[in-house]
Design a protein around this ligand. Structure first.
Ligand code: FAD
Ligand code: NAP
Length: 535
């Protein structure tokens, strides 16, 4: 008997240190760790103890005999990894025990952004004796894209919020939610109250296609659509043209697949998720029946993961369709991707049937329409143009970080300039004293939730190194003074207790309709729910 890691693995690596026989790969430091789609368990080495399953924050690990039917190929997927990557080193990774230097006193760190990167940084730092952490979040709710990005039908993935919540609840972590750094408090002010500031604000913009017609109404970014269906307060009032029968998604990554699944499924399937009410209501009136996902290259170059392709294949009430000639380079293979694409290529869509159609080698050329999107044109490899009629075109070609006032920014990659997480001037490599970064603003908009763990660990090591070397001056003021200052500027500050009340309110609203939570979308409603109830 063996345990099996399945789709939904967030590469967080919590399972690795608890495995007594070290049968999980790849591990941080392994050559393929930064590019792996997921982690794998070697069935030949697993001793069936279950420690990894207990530790997994997103419930992605199952016993072999308890694999849900739609995940049964993961037994083979796990085993296949070790055919080409046999285990040669089975000693456990050295546990990292970080300490402050005895002669330097306490260390205080402000973290800007409470997404995965900020939460992992808070986790690493708050474990160290003598460190205090203040987390700043511009929304009244924490966890970044775990709440506002991860698809509502990926409920297990959202379970990671529980792990992050327990970090934020540690006694040496303070939370300042509904506080935007740059609006309610400035970066220099944070530095006056802390030894260091970690910027983990994520990527709040998106890449552009740079083709004619991109700004026509009806051509939208996946970022906006995703934030809308996930109840991000900034997008509650957005409206999208859901008049079908066709919607086109440009891009071939996991976000493109999320959007395609959400648009193609009947609205009833969203009723049991935490999707925002306004989105369920709008989707129930949608007449979209076919979502065409287009890649500019062939399927062998697709950015989506095998797990997400498999998820699309298993989407209830939605047929997955492809064109045999466009997937030939992959469909001949007997691996999981090949089998799925071969199956999709053999599938014929009945008129009006709900479907997701995978198309390849279509390079976007122009978005067309008179005052609003009517169609989108693509250039094919033989230089011919193909035009697909659709009133909704979603570009899912990647998110992009935005500059932060006063910090060096790389326009090309959309990231802060840094060395191992220490923000620095690119000309001189000289660091901006006390300022660090992690997550999507550090390495670009790529990687799973767990990818940010290793990233944040690197940044924390840089902070500790600089603190130990005496490079971080003691702050002029303490945290109490900062809280007073912020409360004068943002009376609607939401603290840990306030967030707990919001969380309880949303869960209790959700319970009434059999959902994990019913999200409050407007900031004023969230703030109202954060207040103690009159007794
Ligand atoms: P974010 O999660 O974006 O967090 C940044 C936070 O900073 C936000 O809360 C923001 O409000 C806050 N902030 C920004 N500016 C300020 C400021 N000035 N002051 C205060 N706060 C500020 N990975 C998976 O493993 N599984 C999935 O299913 C999955 N689904 C995804 C779906 C989508 C649509 C996307 C886009 C990504 C998905 N990912 C998934 C990837 C994962 O979400 C990212 O790796 C991760 O969220 C990046 O973390 P981050 O902390 O850098 O950024
Ligand atoms: P991504 O993985 O980088 O994919 C972007 C896609 O857009 C690629 O297919 C790329 O094609 C295409 N593209 C870029 N520029 C284009 C252009 N000008 N014209 C046409 N196509 C273009 O980005 P993402 O999908 O936004 O995902 C971001 C990260 O979040 C990824 O690491 C992803 O795995 C993660 N995520 C994970 C999950 C999950 O685990 N379930 C869900 C969502 C997101 P080329 O390859 O040709 O450049």
């Amino acid at each position: 008997m063996t345990f099996v890691i399945t789709s939904g693995c967030c590469n967080d690596t919590s399972c690795i240190p608890v495995c007594p026989v070290q049968c999980i790969r790849p591990r941080p430091g392994d050559p393929d760790f930064s590019t792996t789609e997921q982690l794998y368990i070697d069935p030949a080495t697993c001793i069936d103890c279950g420690a990894c399953m207990d530790e997994c924050p997103v419930s992605a690990i199952h016993t072999e005999w308890d694999l849900p039917e739609h995940l049964d190929d993961y037994l083979g997927i796990n085993a296949a990894y070790f055919e080409t990557n046999p285990i040669s080193e089975s000693s456990p990774p050295d546990p990292i025990r970080r300490r402050l230097p005895a002669d330097r006193g306490r260390l205080s760190v402000a973290i800007v952004g409470s997404g995965p990167a900020g939460c992992y940084a808070a986790a690493e730092l708050s474990e160290i004796e003598g460190v205090s952490v203040s987390v700043f979040e511009r929304l009244p709710t924490p966890f970044g894209l775990v709440r506002t990005g991860v698809a509502p039908d990926h409920g297990n993935t959202k379970l990671i919020a529980k792990r992050f919540g327990s970090v934020l609840n540690r006694p040496n972590v303070r939370c300042f939610f509904n506080v935007e750094v740059g609006v309610h408090v400035s970066l220099p002010e944070l530095l006056e109250h802390h030894h260091a500031v970690v910027w983990s604000g994520g990527a709040s913009n998106d890449r552009r296609l740079g083709i004619p017609g991109e700004d026509l109404p009806g051509c939208v970014s996946a970022r906006e659509l995703v934030a809308w269906y996930n109840g991000h307060p900034d997008f509650g009032e957005r409206r999208f043209n859901l008049d079908g029968p066709t919607a086109v998604v440009i891009g071939n990554g996991n976000v493109a697949f999320d959007v395609a699944r959400i648009l193609a499924q009947p609205a009833a399937s969203h009723q049991s998720t935490d999707m925002a009410e306004h989105a369920i209501e709008a989707l129930s009136r949608s007449t979209i029946s076919d979502v065409i996902v287009t890649g500019r290259r062939g399927p062998e170059f697709a950015a989506y993961t095998t797990g997400e392709l498999s998820g699309l294949h298993h989407t209830e009430n939605v047929a997955l369709v492809a064109r045999p000639e466009e997937v030939a380079s992959v469909s001949a293979s007997t691996d999981r991707r090949g089998l799925i694409l071969a199956d999709a290529a053999a599938r014929h869509r009945a008129e009006g049937e709900r479907s997701i159609t995978l198309r390849y080698d279509l390079r976007p050329e122009s978005i067309n329409g008179d005052g609003a999107v009517e169609s989108v044109s693509f250039r094919r490899p033989d230089d011919t143009i193909e035009t697909i009629e659709a009133p909704l075109v979603v570009r899912a070609i990647g998110y992009r970080g935005m500059p932060v006032e006063g910090l060096p920014f790389n326009e090309r990659s959309g990231t802060l300039q840094h060395l191992a997480g220490s923000v620095c001037d690119p000309e001189t490599d000289e660091s901006v004293v006390g300022v660090y970064c992690t997550g999507w603003i550090k390495r670009g908009a790529n990687g799973m939730i767990g990818t940010n763990k290793v990233d944040s660990a690197e940044t924390v090591d840089s902070i500790l190194h600089d603190f130990g070397a005496g490079r971080l001056p003691n702050p002029a003021h303490d945290g109490e003074q900062l809280e007073k200052l912020i409360r004068t500027r943002q009376p609607d500050l939401v603290d840990k207790e306030g967030w707990t009340r919001i969380d309880q309110t949303e869960r209790s609203l959700g319970r009434k309709s059999g959902r994990p939570r019913q999200k409050l979308v407007h900031v004023q409603d969230l703030v109202a729910a954060s207040h103690p109830r009159d007794t």
